[in-house]
Design a protein around this ligand. Structure first.
Ligand SMILES: Cc1cc2nc3c(=O)[nH]c(=O)nc-3n(C[C@H](O)[C@H](O)[C@H](O)COP(=O)(O)O)c2cc1C
Ligand code: SF4
Length: 365
């Protein structure tokens, strides 16, 4: 067994191995954006399946920011959510996994749309004003308090895929003339202020991770070198781990890979993660088309990344890591068809379309 299966620690987080489950929307909340038994089962199955760190979510700091949004996710300002989350986290810990909650910035705030989801290609969002920023800071501070009190091992900032934070760090999207625009330090400012708010709500040593675009994959967009500069500023400013991602509205890449399927290849973000890793002293999680154990081992052995992160492979096989531990080291059965993503974009519950029929009955994998 390689290093991937050995315990790993960073900041306050202790992992039983180096495998991370990347954040994945699931549409498994109820009408009030609270947890359901199905939501709980999703995570306990992952924990039983052997993964080291589960990144849960995406969770929302404030419910009203997402009214009408495609994805149905838990909201951290809903009464009772803290207790529900504490029960879930306790069970995940008991099953041996660490749990970090991903949180995302507003989709709409104070009557305006401020960022697109991956689907809103033609949307031109409005910039955040002082009132918006103050509201976001207060909501993130509360999110830090809720997550820490619920026993989460940390929080991951969603700063990718065309959300308002990924637009803020990008020289392509950020056209501001004030202290939040221009130089890399200015473009990193809002994220760093949110790190401080989260820590104010939780504790100074509460681990704050980030999933950030390593490239916008648009013409004249944020390049990997721009991203490496921002990553270095963020790591110095309190971010304890980085998961480089990519793309967003109008880009040639979606988070799940190139738009042109023929261009898709395994480990399509490895070289981007390796470039970010050169710029920072914190662990880098390599995500994006990681399917083959040998390739993952090579990534860690050659120092291109520290942790291996996967999304779709765990939708298809929540027990993938235990399968590998048991000696069956054949690659993930996920064929990267994106059927699961399409389901969630239709507001349906997360599922692998290759292993279940529409009526929910099992089909041969
Ligand atoms: C169904 C689905 C839901 C996703 N939800 C999120 C999310 O909530 N937050 C996020 O940062 N990325 C999300 N992603 C992107 C994944 O976390 C991951 O970065 C991407 O799918 C590439 O990894 P993979 O090849 O292992 O799937 C989602 C992807 C899929 C397919
Ligand atoms: S639906 Fe397709 S992409 Fe999603 S988990 Fe199943 S095989 Fe993988």
């Amino acid at each position: 067994m390689s290093d991937l299966f050995e315990p790993y620690a960073f900041s306050r987080i202790r992992m039983r191995n180096r495998f991370v489950r990347s954040a994945t929307v699931n549409n498994l909340t109820n009408e009030e954006n609270r947890f359901t038994p199905a939501h709980r089962k999703l995570y306990t199955d992952l924990a039983k399946g052997g993964v080291g760190l589960i990144i849960g979510g995406v969770y929302r700091p404030k419910r009203e920011w997402f009214v009408g949004h495609t994805f149905q996710q838990p909201c951290l300002d809903v009464a009772g959510i803290e207790e529900e989350m504490r029960a879930l986290v306790e069970e995940i810990h008991w099953l041996g996994a660490a749990f970090v909650s991903q949180i995302c910035p507003p989709f709409q705030i104070n009557g305006k749309q401020v960022s697109g989801s991956a689907m809103d290609v033609n949307l031109v969002p409005e910039p955040l004003d002082e009132r918006d920023i103050a509201e976001i800071k207060a909501a993130y501070r509360n999110a830090g308090r809720v997550l820490s009190s619920a026993g989460c091992d940390g929080v991951q900032l969603h700063c990718c895929h065309n959300d308002v934070l990924s637009r803020t760090i990008s020289p392509f999207f950020n056209l501001r003339q004030d202290q939040y625009g221009g130089s890399p330090a200015n473009r990193a400012r809002l994220v760093l202020e949110l790190v401080q708010e989260l820590k104010k709500g939780a504790a100074n040593d509460f681990p704050v991770l980030i999933k950030m675009n390593a490239s916008d994959f648009r013409e004249n967009c944020m390049t990997v070198d721009d991203a490496a500069e921002i990553a270095s500023i963020l790591a110095t400013g309190g971010i304890c781990a980085i998961e480089p991602s990519c793309g967003g509205a109008g880009a040639s890449f979606t988070p799940s890979g190139p738009i042109v399927k023929e261009d898709w290849h395994e480990g399509y973000l490895i070289q981007y993660a390796a470039r970010i890793k050169e710029a920072v002293d914190v662990p880098v999680m390599v995500v994006g088309g990681m399917r083959d154990l040998k390739m993952m081992e090579e990534v860690v052995e050659t120092g291109k990344g520290d942790l291996v992160s996967m999304c779709r492979p765990f939708i298809r096989e929540p027990d993938l890591i235990n399968r590998w531990i048991s000696g069956d080291v054949s690659p993930s059965k996920c064929i990267s068809c994106d059927g699961c993503l399409k389901e969630t974009m239709k507001r349906r519950k997360l599922r692998c379309v290759q292993v279940t029929r529409a009526d929910g009955t099992p089909k041969e994998g």
